[in-house]
Ligand binder design. Structure first.
Ligand code: AMP
Length: 398
């Protein structure tokens, strides 16, 4: 059984083709600059990586090119595109509509369109991807897997903001949470690594990448998470501010004669976080190198990030009244031994002890806690595509 996983961005499209027998990746790649002149496809299969320039005015054209490459005579991993049994899509926002993945129907597409108001930058490309596949492979079943779905188990006290309740009723303003597919995957893997049923575990999952979010996962259910109504909330990120006093928005707008929308979309989403503080980079590799060389702004940005993370971890231990394991994942969580070490050092007071030798690794699944650590600390490389492929198989073929 072969499943294609598609993750459509506004001008990009990532894909992975799985053979579900053995859950192996047959091919994967990325199309960039869709809609501009000179799109680029980077395709990997059979240990080879190729880059191709082509014209791709839209996602449909991008997928056509991907299909050509997948079925190219001699080098293609498929003889015929009809070998694809199902397609799974990553879609960011399903509002309160879906608490799990669903088979795509016209009604589902309409519901996701309604949610576009909540994620104007992220949902439309996901829907465009679904439409393109519907056109190119009309007979093939499709499944939507949503970033918000895993967090739909949060209790009301976690998702209701302390603002007049009518805003929730009238406009659905509430905490939704994101990166749900990643939090779900790593919490499940953590339970397997710990050899305990997930139902008996209190986990704090830290997805630390370009966007970062923390989740409190109690008994396998998300009970709180740091991102909110949008992915701007929570700990500071590469370019996003994370939590701040909302009065800053109107103050900045008034002072500089710009709109509140400009402040939120441009400044807080794109020019803030560790980039804003350091004035240097949103990439933690650059910041760690600069801080090491004595750059104080880079060091300050890293400290603000590490403290933000520690505050959330401690808060979520309090929310769950305990924590069995802390899980690090995504670009920073999987790769930065410095950040893991710093955060755990500051959590010694509640029984976190890591083995620095075990921590000295990158991108591998590993328990890095000391044997006597009251709280276990795990690195779990995330695999959202695999979850999407598994959900697609389960929904279409069970
Ligand atoms: P992601 O969004 O999960 O792809 O994460 C991307 C981010 O991970 C990059 O912007 C870097 O900040 C960070 N990252 C990747 N590799 C490393 C590394 N070796 N050390 C520190 N940070 C890293």
């Amino acid at each position: 059984m072969k499943i294609l996983v598609v993750n459509s961005g506004s001008s990009s499209l990532k894909y992975q083709l799985f053979d579900m027998v053995g859950e192996t990746v047959l091919a994967k790649g990325l199309v960039e600059r869709i809609g501009s002149q000179g799109s680029v496809l980077t395709h990997q299969a059979d240990g080879r990586k190729e880059k191709m320039d082509f014209e791709s005015p839209n996602h449909e054209a991008a997928l056509r090119k991907v299909f050509d490459v997948l079925t190219a005579s001699g080098t293609g991993v498929l003889k015929d595109i009809k070998e694809i049994d199902a397609v799974g899509h990553r879609v960011v926002h399903a509002g309160e509509k879906y608490a799990s993945s669903v088979r795509i129907t016209p009604e589902v597409v309409a519901a996701l369109e309604e949610c576009s108001e909540l994620a104007p930058l992220h949902n439309p490309p996901g829907i465009t991807g679904i439409r393109a596949i519907t056109k190119l492979l009309p007979e093939v079943p499709q499944v939507g897997v949503f970033d918000t779905a895993f967090h739909q188990t949060m209790p009301k006290e976690a998702y209701i903001y302390p603002i007049p309740y009518e805003y929730y009723e009238r406009h659905k303003i509430r905490r939704y949470g994101f990166h749900g597919t990643s939090h779900r995957y790593v919490s499940m893997r953590a339970a397997e690594m710990l050899g305990k049923p997930i139902a008996n575990l209190k986990l704090i999952t830290c997805h630390l990448g370009n966007g970062s979010s923390i989740a409190a996962v109690d008994g396998g259910r998300s009970v709180d998470t740091s991102m909110g109504f949008t992915p701007l909330a929570g700990i500071p990120m590469g370019t996003r501010s994370g939590d701040l006093d909302p009065a800053i928005v109107t103050f900045m707008a008034e002072k500089d004669g710009v709109t509140a929308e400009h402040v939120v979309q441009k400044i807080l989403n794109k020019q803030s976080g560790v980039l804003g503080v350091s004035g240097l980079s949103n990439d933690f590799r650059d910041l760690e190198e600069a801080a090491e060389a004595g750059n104080e702004s880079a060091a300050l940005a890293l400290t603000i990030f590490a403290n933000g993370l520690r505050k959330y971890i401690a808060a979520y231990a309090a929310i769950m009244n305990g924590v069995d394991a802390i899980i690090f994942t995504a670009g920073i969580g999987e790769n930065s031994k410095e950040m893991r070490s710093r955060v755990c050092e500051g959590l010694k007071f509640f029984g976190v002890a890591i083995d620095e030798e075990k921590n000295n690794c990158r991108g591998i699944e590993r328990d890095i806690s000391m044997p006597g650590s009251k709280v276990r600390v795990l690195i779990v490389p995330t695999n959202e595509e695999l979850v999407i492929a598994r959900d697609t198989r389960a929904i279409v073929f069970s």
